[in-house]
Write a protein that binds this ligand. Sequence first.
Ligand code: ADP
Length: 395
Amino acid sequence: MRPVLVINSGSSSFKYQLLDVDTTRVLATGLVERIGLGLGQITHDTLGVKTERTAHFDNHTVGFEAMLEAFKEQGPDLEKFAPIAVGHRVVQGGSRFFEPTIIDDVVEINIEELSQLAPLHNPGALQGIRAARKIFTRVKHVAVFDTAFHQTMPPASYTYAIDTEVAKQYRIRRYGFHGTSHSYVAKKTAEFLGKPLNDLNMIVLHLGNGASACAIRGGKSVNTSMGMTPLEGLVMGTRSGDIDPAILFYLNRVAGYDVDALDRLLNTKSGLLGLAGSNDMRDVAGRAETGDEKARLAIEVYALRIRHYVGAYYAELGRLDAIAFTAGVGENSDTLRLATLENLESIGIQIDNERNSARSRSSRLISTDSSKVRVLVVPTNEELEIAVQAAEAAE
Ligand code: ADP
């Protein structure tokens, strides 16, 4: 048994999961919320037995102490299931980090320095890392970056057509995110098809609250729809995805929006929420079915954007073997999958309606037997992938 503790930390909360990478069995999961915000809550779940407790968590260290307490009281025993590594999810690794990296003081400083590129994400991850390193002193901590998988993109994919000097000085380029999920799903897709990963060209569509498409050639990311930040690309729960950047100048000049208001508008008030008043695809899809016009348009815009990227990446890859849908929307919404890929028989993509609407939690094929491009639903598991990568790096 090789237990790994996976930490996904934000600035006022963190999620944790203890899992055994040998059996992929989850031993415990939990969530510490409202750190530094008055009365907080810890939820600890040991496969069925779930406890909730409220307390004040002044900082992340206090949160981790509460987590240890929960393990002591409710198990599993961290002496018996001692983690061989702690894996930390870090959103932005810049151009510096292209693989899972053992954390030392220098790596911490580098992650801090990258906060400028990811002000909404890296500072919270760093607070989690610092606190966890104080609590788990004898084990290696590994940073697993959302951007790392996309470091294989060629310059033509990651370069924005802006002044080269400005781009260089401010590290403006496409980094891409959701790399852990894209990489996991690519491997699972190859496994499912019984083909070596390095012989396959595929497009992975990660459609959760955040959403991104990734073109993968022989197991390596060659393009992805998120850019310098997670805002670019597909329509998401609350993010706009691609827009004309001149809209920002316009809103500033005509309506007096400042930078923070623009940031909020595009990151937290747009996407499905902006179009249909809810960031939950279940709500929006349900309302679209009952004839709500706003909801219907939202779904059309959402699906059309994905279709654009599928077309673009198909052309880029030249030969396409598989398309894999994953994450909340990708795994669960047959209507959305169909809206994205219907009527594409002429380019070798044919969805089998029965397979598409059958419900299952496992990887499955949803294209017809004669479809040249195999279309699949592949449940993602970012925690498992972080754990596996952390264990490999630590050993
Ligand atoms: P996150 O990016 O936060 O990990 P998830 O991958 O869990 O998010 O995806 C969340 C999204 O998945 C939400 O928009 C939710 O409505 C959607 N979703 C979950 N279940 C379904 C379902 N049965 N049908 C349609 N959408 C679903």
